[in-house]
Design a protein around this ligand. Sequence first.
Ligand code: FE2
Ligand code: FE2
Length: 310
Amino acid sequence: MNAMNKIPDNSRYARCIESSKRVRWDIDDDVIRGRRFDTAHKFLPDGLSLTDGFTTLSPGERRFVSQIQGRTYANIFGLVERFINAKVLELSCDHALGDQVVVEGLVRFSEEELKHQTLFRRIDAMVGEVLPAGYRFDFDPDTVARAVLGKSTWAVLALTLDIELFTQAHYRQSIDPDTELSELFKDVFLYHWKEECQHALLDELEFVRHDSALTAEERDRAVDDFIGLVAAVDGILQAQAVADMRYFAANCGRTVEAGEVQAIEAAFLAAYRWQYIHSGAQHPYFGKVLTGVISETHGQRIQAALATLH
Ligand SMILES: [Fe+2]
Ligand SMILES: [Fe+2]
C-alpha cells in the first residue's frame, strides 16, 4: 500500500506550515543583531550544566564551565541536525508525488535545520572569539550522520523526536527562567525553540506513520537500533566530557590535581548525559508517543539500557 494512504488528513502538517511562517526568523536581523558574547555572563543555565556537581570549583570557575558547556551545546546541536535534516529530506522524497502539504511541511523543516546548523557554526566561532584558544569538538557531522542513518528509520525518528522534545524542555524549564544568562545565548535558544516546536509535531506524525508499516519483527529490531543509537550518543558525550575537562584544566588559571581532574570529568559527563539522554528519555510526551507503539518488553529493554548510563 502506498504510505500516503495511511495519512487520514493533512491538517496537522498544514498547522505546522502556518506556525513555521508565523515564527520565521533571520540569523542576523533577529538573533545576533550585531552583538558579541560577554564572558561576565553564564551561557548555559545551572539546570542544564548541573554546576552544583562541580563541587571543587569557585563561582567564577563554574561560570567558565557554563560557557564551555554552552559552546558544546551549540556544537552538539550542529552535529545532530545534520542527520536529522538528511532523514527529513529522505522522508520528503517518500511524499514527493503525494500530498503537497506534507511535502511543504517537511521541506520547511529541512530549510530550518539548515539555517540552525549555520547559526550554531556562527555561535561556535563567536564563542571562540571570547574564550581562550584550544577548545576541541572533534566529531565530523557527516561521519556521525552516516553511522546514524545506517540504522532503521524508526530508530532515527525516535531519537529525533527525543532530541526535538528535549530542546523545547531545556528552553522552557531552564534557559528562559534563568535571569543570569547571556542575553545573546538566551536569544539563540529562544529563536531555535520557536521553530523546534513544529519539528517535534512533524517527527511524531512521521514516526507514527512509519511505525504503522512495520512488522513486529522489524519493530523489535528497530528498538535494538534505538538502544544502539543512544549508546552511540553516550560515546560522543564521554569523549566530549574528557575534551572539555582538559580544556577547563588548561585554562582555569590554576593547577588541577589528578583527583580533581576525575571529579570534573565526571561532572561534565553527568551534565551531558542529563542534557542529551535523560532529559529527553524522561520527557512525558516522548514516553507517551513511544509507549503508544512499543510493547512492555520493549519498554523494559530501553529502560534497562538507560539505567546503565549513570
Ligand atoms: Fe534545529
Ligand atoms: Fe529541529
